[in-house]
Design a protein around this ligand. Structure first.
Ligand code: ADP
Ligand code: SF4
Length: 687
């Protein structure tokens, strides 16, 4: 730690949260990680690295308090009874080992929980269908149910204290929690003392907070996580009226206010739609003026200066981070040690959120070790040194090549990184120029900065390598990370052999052409059979350049996979607002002169759409010629080097997958990537 005072010292001041004291202001708010009660060792290890990395408070994800409200198969935490405690103890011990406080977010999900596992009919303030599309309706709670719920909260809080948690949450946020549902007349149509006036609607939250405080508040800090604004205008709670009133009514009841906006897609907005750090501040800033208790809030903070500003402005006491702590578990230590430029900044892509929504262990575009701390033993900052002297050539400096080269160099290898273009970055460089994706350049910037600092790295921009340029015998390992290109034949899910094109057909473009700045036409059809972000952002880019754009997709939504990144609704609204005409449930069946024939996928009804060009966003072709020729050469001449393809050149996927592949290859030089699945540790049920 530097001896000189630093402008970041304020971030390292302790903060009292009721009877406990956070050692600093870095606060990892509760966030899901797809591990939870199903993968307790992995859960503990994932939280542990954050405590080790300097976070003063490290929380669980939501922890279900009772089987009558569970969201199986989501991998949340669970504290139904004493049998859940040993798994939770792994986490609290791991967090305490590094001097951090451990927090647990007790939850009762109400009509957000279809109870697929327990099969108990869910409960809600008033009778209403569950919010997923399961054919299940929640029943209206009786007064007895309310008494039971209060007791379950107390029981869970006592267990949480017993197992070592320092901060215990009462949770009313994200439009996923019964306590929030009680607050809003949208869901609470009760006629008794728990419905009607605001004071009545707040009653259950007040009682629950008071119960929990009485039960464990002498030794634990009681946090209240509350969505001050639902971003539904007059149809929901707004920070300028009821949101503020609720804070006033409960101001001194909890020991800590953890405030945000609802629903989850608003709280965890992507950088594409909320590019600014601290984007929640306009909604949450008032809270400190209504309470003397400490306040924590999030806003995808990654820059310590922005954090300091919030503290000095008197807007926050603790800097809440979920994604920033996933992308860089070591962020606080880097600030403390004066290595701010080494922070691996979150790019705001929500791949982490997607993994949770897909009930899979967490993954992160920027941090390939996220979720791998226990099963692969990966640490976000430390790797073993390679034995002896190792030399490696990495061809291609996109996300995969950059990550691979960086990790190899950190492990002590002498690394040559050759890139065809004058600028490093590959697709992270190109795609960061697309609308809303500017922050994606952080994938390149972090890695390039690290590489530029290391003396054992030779960077060769503007070097297009072919087989004859490579002397494999000069290296122990050769990695080919030459990426992939979008196909111009339309091959994809809907047309596995490509799309028919008649003579004299329209000019066919791909996203690579648009990214390369090819002149576009006055009217362009974008055909999206990829279903992630690319079809939507290419349509937007074309619109920005003045083209008339129609987006055709065989799916029922534009960019349908973005439901997992919480962007689906925003994508639909945004593209409509841009004036892009949208053809859902349609495939392009023929590209012809002057237009395309589209076909409704269910009725097979055809019609022709006129256009000057079509941009096909269907699938990508691995650029693996160099890899194949190296392998063939290896078969003829034993050069002694291992040759591996990584990233999109190996199998096109997300940037997160490319970074992961590059990292994995550098951890296990010379070991085929598909063998790694036999290497990771599995948590098996004890029989
Ligand atoms: P990934 O996502 O797998 O990292 P990218 O497409 O982002 O893939 O990056 C691949 C990089 O490889 C691009 O920057 C491209 O310019 C570079 N590249 C492709 N072929 C060669 C080659 N033969 N020699 C050097 N660089 C290459
Ligand atoms: Fe940030 Fe993306 Fe990593 Fe999530 S996956 S923490 S949004 S970089």
């Amino acid at each position: 730690m530097p001896d000189q005072p630093s402008r970041y010292d304020i971030l390292f001041e302790p903060v009292e949260i009721g009877p406990v004291t956070a050692p600093n202001r870095f606060y990892q708010v509760p966030h899901c990680n797809g591990l939870g009660h199903v993968h307790p060792h992995a859960e503990a290890a994932n939280r542990k690295v954050k405590a080790e990395g300097g976070w003063g408070v490290v929380c669980t994800q939501e922890a279900e308090i009772h089987p009558s409200s569970e969201i199986w198969p989501a991998m949340e935490a669970r504290i139904w009874d004493d049998r859940d405690l040993p798994a939770l103890r792994l986490m609290t011990d791991a967090v305490h080992e590094h001097g951090a406080l451990a927090g647990i977010e007790l939850v009762y999900n109400g009509h957000h929980a279809p109870n697929r596992y327990s099969r108990v009919p869910p409960m809600a303030p008033s009778s209403i269908p569950v919010d997923c599309h399961d054919p299940v309706q929640a029943r209206e709670m009786t007064r007895r149910d309310i008494r039971n719920l209060r007791q379950w909260y107390v029981d869970a809080a006592r267990r949480a204290r017993q197992v070592g948690f320092d901060i215990i949450y009462v949770y009313a946020g994200h439009d996923m929690t019964l306590l929030q549902h009680f607050l809003t007349p949208r869901y609470n149509q009760r006629q008794d003392e728990y419905g009607g006036s605001l004071v009545n609607r707040v009653r259950l939250v007040h009682e629950t907070l008071s119960d929990v405080k009485e039960a464990v508040g002498d030794t634990c800090g009681i946090a209240f996580r509350f969505a001050v604004d639902e971003l539904l205008g007059e149809h929901g709670i707004r920070c300028e009226d009821e949101g503020r009133e609720i804070v006033r009514l409960l101001a001194e009841v909890p020991d800590l206010w953890d405030v945000n906006v609802s629903d989850w897609s608003n709280d965890s907005a992507t950088a594409r739609f909320e590019p600014q750090e601290g984007y929640q501040q306009p909604f949450t800033a008032f809270v400190k003026s209504e309470t003397s208790k400490p306040v924590v809030a999030v806003g995808r903070f990654t820059a310590p200066d922005a954090m300091v500003t919030r503290i000095r402005q008197g807007v926050l006491d603790l800097i809440g981070c979920a994604r920033a702590s996933i992308a860089d578990p070591w962020l606080p230590n880097k600030v403390r040690d004066g290595h701010v430029e080494d922070i691996r900044e979150c790019i705001g892509c929500n791949i982490c959120v997607a993994s949770d929504n897909l009930m899979s262990p967490i993954r992160c575009t920027q941090n390939p070790t996220a979720g791998e701390e226990w099963r692969r033993g990966w640490h976000p900052e430390h790797t073993d040194q390679l034995p002896g002297t190792t030399s490696a050539l990495v061809v291609g400096a996109g996300p995969a090549g950059l990550e691979c080269a960086m990790q190899l160099a950190k492990r002590g290898a002498d690394v040559v990184l050759a890139e065809r273009s004058a600028e490093f970055g590959g697709r992270s460089l190109l795609e960061s120029k697309l609308p809303g994706l500017a922050s994606w350049i952080r994938v390149r910037d972090y890695r390039l900065h690290q590489l530029q600092k290391m003396p054992n790295v030779q960077l060769l921009p503007g070097n297009h390598l072919a087989l004859e340029d490579i002397d494999e015998s000069a290296f122990d390992h050769v990695y080919v990370a030459t990426g992939a290109r979008w196909r111009s034949c339309g091959r994809g899910r809907q047309h596995p052999t490509g799309i028919s094109m008649s003579p004299g057909h329209l000019p066919v473009l791909t996203p690579d052409d648009i990214l390369a700045g090819v002149e576009t036409a006055a009217s362009v059809i974008v055909y999206d059979d990829d279903h992630y972000y690319m079809g939507g952002v290419i349509a937007e880019a074309l619109r920005q350049h003045g083209s008339q754009v129609a987006l055709v997709t065989p799916a029922a939504h534009v960019s349908s996979w973005t439901i997992n990144t919480l962007e689906l609704e925003r994508v639909q609204r945004h593209l409509h607002a841009l004036g892009i005409s949208i053809w859902l449930n349609h495939e392009v069946s023929l590209i012809e002169q002057g237009g395309v024939v589209v076909e409704q996928v269910y009725s097979q009804r055809q019609r022709t759409l006129a256009a000057d060009a079509i941009c096909l966003v269907t699938s990508r072709e691995p650029q693996d010629d160099l890899y194949r020729s190296l392998i063939e050469h290896q078969q003829r001449v034993d050069t002694g080097a291992t040759v591996q393809a990584i990233g999109d050149c190996y199998a096109p996927s997300t940037i997160a997958a490319a970074v992961f592949g590059g990292h994995q290859a550098a951890r296990l030089p010379g070991i085929p990537l598909d063998q790694d699945s036999a290497i990771f540790t599995r948590q098996l049920p004890a029989l």
